[in-house]
Ligand binder design. Structure first.
Ligand code: C5P
Length: 235
């Protein structure tokens, strides 16, 4: 079965502070999105990458990708995205040609995921799992809270879930294509990841080990860490 990767990259990246759309910000002089596309293309199993660009930025993203080298064996498609991440992923899926039976969904905001993690996710789908997520244990204890009485006020803590059973979820998430398409055609409402939609259909999702370097670049401090990881790789 051939494998394609869909990269939603249509977000504004508001939490990073003012500037260009997040995916176009540079790390080590190269746009984050280019790192993310290369991270997928580095896997020998991935032969197509579908990039979901900001709705008004598809042409700009296309020319940007044309100027950066990718492995010969990898095709790249650019399509315009939507209002939400979920909608952007759906638009990417709609653009997938026939013949790709395994689909990865990978955040442009995780530019440094190692190829071994990508391959481990694909392997688990090949072995029969309809949906696979890379995860890490949590280093912080997590509290469940109730909304504060007044905005900005203290939040009452209502529970402390057993940390040993909690995982932080990364991407790429890997899917049997039909399972993911069915989820995107059926599940509505706000979800923050694709595997969550599959879970809502009652389909089993399995977790495989993720990687520290697959962290999401969300806040300014994450940019500092990403630059440091890149610099270390270039030594
Ligand atoms: O906002 P969040 O950090 O969850 O975004 C995760 C990924 O989804 C990012 O790569 C972002 O570019 C993408 N996204 C998108 N379309 C949107 C919003 C977010 O492709 N409308």
């Amino acid at each position: 079965a051939r494998t394609a990767a869909v990269i939603p990259a249509a977000g504004r990246g508001v939490r990073l502070g003012p500037g260009a759309p997040k995916a176009l910000r540079t790390l080590g002089g190269t746009p984050m999105l280019v790192h993310a596309v290369r991270a997928m293309a580095d896997s020998r199993a991935v032969s197509l990458v579908v990039v979901v660009a900001p709705p008004d930025g598809a042409a700009e993203v296309k020319s940007l990708l044309d100027t950066h080298a990718l492995p010969e064996r990898t095709d790249v498609l650019v399509v315009p995205g939507g209002e939400s991440r979920q909608e952007s992923v759906k638009l990417g899926l709609d653009a997938l040609p026939p013949g790709y039976d395994i689909v990865l969904v990978h955040d442009a905001a995780r530019p440094l995921v190692p190829v071994d993690t990508v391959d481990a996710v694909i392997e688990a789908v090949r072995d029969g799992a309809p949906a696979v997520v890379p995860v890490l244990p949590l280093s912080d204890t997590v509290k469940q809270v109730e909304p504060a009485a007044a905005p900005g006020g203290p939040e009452p803590v209502v529970a402390t879930p057993d940390r040993s059973l909690l995982r932080a979820v990364q991407t790429p998430q890997g899917f049997d294509r039909a399972t993911l398409e069915h989820a995107h055609a059926t599940v509505t409402g706000n979800v923050t990841d694709d595997a969550g939609m599959v879970e809502q259909l009652g389909t089993t999702v399995v977790a495989v080990p993720g990687h520290e370097e697959a962290f999401k670049v969300t806040r300014p401090l994450d940019l500092v860490l990403a630059e440091a990881v890149l610099a270390r790789r270039r030594l």
